[in-house]
Structures are given as C-alpha cells and as structure tokens.
Design a protein around this ligand. Structure first.
Ligand code: MSP
Length: 521
C-alpha cells in the first residue's frame, strides 16, 4: 500500500481560530479523505506552534504562565478539530519532549557541520512577527508583513548559512514541481533568491519561552527553526522509535497559507538539505479568506469563527462553503449573503431536491425497490451517462491538482444535469402512459447518478455523502472511488428508504444574513 503524508502548518495558540485557520485544516482533511478512498495509507499531521515571544506576551496578558496558556489552547484546538471531524493522526506540540530533544540535536548537528556560525546581529525587528527585516524589505519603514512599527536591535546570535544552499534550491525549483501553484515559484525567485539569500538569524536572547541551545543555553532557538522541524519530529526523527519517520517521510503534501510560503519554500528545504534528508514532494500554497472590507480582524468586528456556522448550519455546509468559494490560488471573499445563497441554491435546491424527488419516485412507482439497469432506453439516457462520465473525469483531475472550487463546480454540474434529466424524461408521464421500461431506466439512472455523487462527496462532506448513500439503499454497498466510472453498479433488490430526511432545510435569507452578521460582531 502506498503511503501519503499530509501536513498542515502548526498554528500559533495566540487566540481563537477563525475560518481562515480552519480552512487550511479542512483542505488537508479533504485531501486525506480522498487519498484514503483511493487506497493510500494516509497520515495527517497538525499541531500547535507554542514557543516565542508572542505567546509569552499573550499568556502574561491572560495572567497565566506560558505553559498554562498553551496547555489550555491545545485543548481548545483539539476540540475544534474534533468538532470539524478532522481525521488527524497526530497533534504535535512544540513544547513536548519528543519535539524539544530532536530540535536541540538538529541545532548541534548544524553547528558541527558548519551550517550555523556565531556572529552579531543588528537589524530591524518586528516583535509581533518575530522576524528581522533588512532596511530594503521594510515598507514605509514598517513591517512588510503586518504593517506595524519595527525596532532596531543588536545581539550576539547564531546564523544559518543560507547562501551555501542557494544553487541547490534553484535547481530544485527548476527540476521538480515542488511548488503549487507555479506563480509562487517565480515570486520566491524574484523576491528572495535573486536579490541574494541572506543568512538567517536562528537564535534569540531577548526572551526565554523557547528551546534552549544545548551548547550555549543563553540562546533560544528561533521559532521558525523550532516550528518547521515539527514535520519530522512528530514522526520520531532522531528518536528511539523512528519507524513512522522511515515509513512516511518525505511528506507527499504540505499545505501552507501564502503568508508563510517563504518559510516553507526557502528555509524548510534548505534545513532538510543540511540534514541530508529527502525533500517534501509538494508544497501547496493557498491564498486567504478575506472579507468585503479586507482582512479579518477583531478591531474591524468582521471575524467569523467556524463554530458560528457549524452550530447553526452544520459542519458539511460550512466545509462546502469554504472549499467551493475559495479558489486556492486567489483570495476568496466570505460574505453572509454568499453563504446563505450557496446553502439555499447548491445544497437545498440542487442536491437536496434531487435526492428527495428521486427517493419519493422510486417509492411511488416501484415500492421502494430500485429497478436494475436496462440499458439506454430513454432518448437522454446515453447523453446523461456520457455527460456524467466526462464530468467525473474533470472532478478527479481537479481534485488531483487540489483545485477544490473547480472540482465542486464540476460535481454540481452533474447534479444540475441530473435534475434536468428528470424534467426531460418526465417520469410522471411515463407512468401514466404505461412506459414501464422507460420508467425503470429513468429511476435506475437517477439512483446511479446519486450513487456517484454520494461517493464523490465523501472527501468533502462525509455525513451528507453517507446520508445520500443510505437513503438510496447503498450505505453498505461497494462505494469505492473507482466504481464511479461504471454505469451498472446497483445490486438487485436495492431498496431506497421509505421517508428520507431532507439533507438541508431552506433558509430564510434575510434572517440568516442578519444572524451571521450579528455573530461577527
Ligand atoms: N505558526 C505558524 C506556522 C508554522 S508552520 C511550521 C503560523 N501560524 S498561524 O496560526 O498564524 O497561521 C496558520 C495558517 O493559517 C497559515 O497557513 C495561514 O496562512 C493560515 N491563515 C491565517 N489566516 C487566514 C485566512 N484569513 N485565510 C486563509 N488562511 C489563513 O503561521
């Protein structure tokens, strides 16, 4: 069985997670569910990035020690991922022994090999971002990432010799499809590599909350060197039991947001080169969820927390919206209006109605037993079969390329086409006219389409997908992904359920828009 190792970034436990943070995790989980369905031995890692000055400051503000704060936040995160049915196989915390020890060893290894050297650092430092910038990187004298003031700092520090690896990095970019989407590669080359890679300052002395350098304990290891290595320490790299590391490394897919692309596309592969380890096969960089008035922020009062949507509209509607509305390579906008619209149109009207109408017709015309495949009897049977097959290929192609919005769009075209098929075949007339064979074929084609739709929805909205398969009597059927390419997969005597619950109840547009807006305040 081939393995497939997927990682999310490890999140800062500085505050509650909003739908932006949840988005990365939902994307990772969707890939995990898809790859599992395709027969891979999958492993999904997520976790928390618990060190650094920012965490120290937040803890103080909450009258807690940093450890108390991160312990509490790790529980909060685990609860959220459980609520969102995220199937992570592990949750790594950078304050765990299993992470701290190997990070210290990695640092010493770098020192021994001459990748890290001691020097003096003088530069402009952004405290909230915990990052040094050169004067040319500043935008109007402020932090280029968060726009806040920077301060001039000078300290004795250790540096990682990045320049040494610049050529190998460029070669990697040129020879592999390591980065998705492509344009991020050009961005890295033009913005960071061509101007000359600067050595990276990898220790701090101005705060305590971090991993100490073994051979020089006045120094704390820079949070990004600490954090990036989580992807291998979680698998047991440099520990007594490194069987998972041997089995799953290198990662097949590492998912990161655009703001942390630089760390994952430049520093991370270089650290791995210095450790003489294989590189991840692919890094997927996604864009951001924004609001009509720009970035989500507490001060603007436009932050959406996943619980607000999940508790009222369900997990599947929330996951559907995030994946359908956010194109991975561009920013996507969240608005209460579009959420309610997608819920009513896509989920209620298109999907919900197709299932409802079909199940009641099979009940009405064939006492609930799905007729066997009788070939292409209605004028449009062939067309529906061919169209569906063509669309399935597109769905799969997009999914393989992690283009979730396009994938769902193509999947919804099958739903619309199947709804249209009902209008074209007019089963109610077929029944009146005694066209039993045509009616059988119509019902079989509808159930067959729903079977395929149900299976394709499994990675995206598992509960809804299983509900569909249950209502059409195929919950325990052979629901492999590969079977969606077949037209005749419904076993004899398959019975739909008598009275299916509607998948989604239509929302009152004004009321629900108001509800979401209120919840954002
Ligand atoms: N701790 C680092 C990651 C270290 S990985 C070795 C970090 N944490 S974070 O909590 O600030 O962000 C985690 C992820 O959430 C990033 O991938 C970031 O891009 C993503 N998002 C934060 N806000 C987002 C949106 N509004 N939209 C989509 N993703 C967003 O960075």
């Amino acid at each position: 069985m081939d393995k497939y190792y997927i990682t999310t970034p490890i999140y800062y436990p500085s505050g509650r997670y909003h739908i932006g943070t949840a988005y990365t995790t939902v994307v990772a989980d969707t890939v995990k569910k898809y790859k599992t369905l395709r027969g891979y031995d999958t492993y999904l890692l997520t976790g928390a990035d618990e060190h650094g000055q920012k965490i120290e400051t937040v803890a103080k503000k909450n009258n807690m020690t940093p450890q108390e704060h991160v312990d509490h936040m790790a529980d909060v995160a685990k609860e959220l991922w459980a609520k969102m049915k995220i199937e992570n196989d592990d949750f790594i915390r950078t304050t765990e022994e299993r992470h701290i020890k190997p990070v210290q060893q990695i640092f010493e290894k770098f020192l021994e090999n001459g990748d890290i050297y001691k020097g003096t650092y003088e530069g402009m430092y952004c405290v909230p971002c915990e990052t040094y910038f050169t004067k040319t990187q500043l935008v109007d004298g402020k932090c280029p990432d968060c726009g806040r003031d920077v301060v001039l700092m000078k300290e004795e520090a250790y540096f990682f010799n990045m320049k040494k690896y610049a050529d190998r990095l460029i070669k990697l970019y040129e020879e592999s499809d390591f980065i998705t989407p492509e344009f991020r590669k050009t961005e890295m080359i033009n913005n960071f590599i061509k101007p000359g890679l600067e050595d990276l300052c990898v220790t701090r002395t101005n705060f305590d909350w971090g991993i100490k350098v073994n051979s020089d304990p006045n120094h704390v290891i820079y949070v990004w060197l600490d954090a990036l290595t989580n992807y291998i320490t979680a698998l047991g790299y440099l520990s007594e039991d490194d069987s998972k590391f041997k089995k799953y490394w290198p990662a097949d897919l590492q998912i990161v947001g655009k703001d942390i692309a630089r760390f994952h596309l430049i520093y991370w592969p270089i650290f791995l080169m210095a450790l003489d380890l294989p590189l991840p096969k692919k890094i997927l960089v996604h864009n951001w969820i924004t609001m009509k008035d720009g970035k989500m922020s507490k001060s603007k009062g436009n932050v959406v927390y996943p619980e607000l949507l999940i508790d009222r509209y369900g997990l599947d509607a929330t996951r559907y919206f995030l994946l359908r509305e956010m194109p991975v390579a561009q920013d996507g906008i969240f608005s209460p209006e579009s959420f309610v619209e997608r819920f009513n149109f896509d989920l209620c009207n298109d999907l919900g109605n197709l299932l409802n109408r079909t199940v009641s017709m099979v009940n009405k015309y064939f006492e609930g037993v799905v007729p066997k495949y009788v070939g292409q009897v209605n004028d449009v049977d062939k067309e529906l079969e061919e169209y569906t097959l063509k669309q399935i290929k597109l769905v799969e192609e997009h999914l393989e390329k992690f283009e979730f919005a396009n994938c769902l769009q193509e999947l919804w075209s099958i739903i619309s086409r199947t709804n249209k098929y009902i209008d074209e075949t007019m089963p109610w007339s077929l029944e009146k006219e005694g066209e039993t064979l045509k009616l059988q074929s119509c019902m079989n084609h509808l159930i067959e389409a729903l079977r395929k739709i149900g299976i394709m929805l499994l990675p995206f909205m598992e509960e809804t997908a299983k509900n569909i398969l249950k209502q059409i009597g195929l919950e325990n059927g052979e629901n492999s992904w590969e079977s969606i390419y077949d037209v005749d997969k419904i076993p004899e005597n398959t019975a739909v359920i008598k009275k299916g619950e509607p998948l989604f109840m239509r929302l009152n547009v004004e009321e629900e828009i108001e509800y979401i807006k209120e919840g954002m305040k």
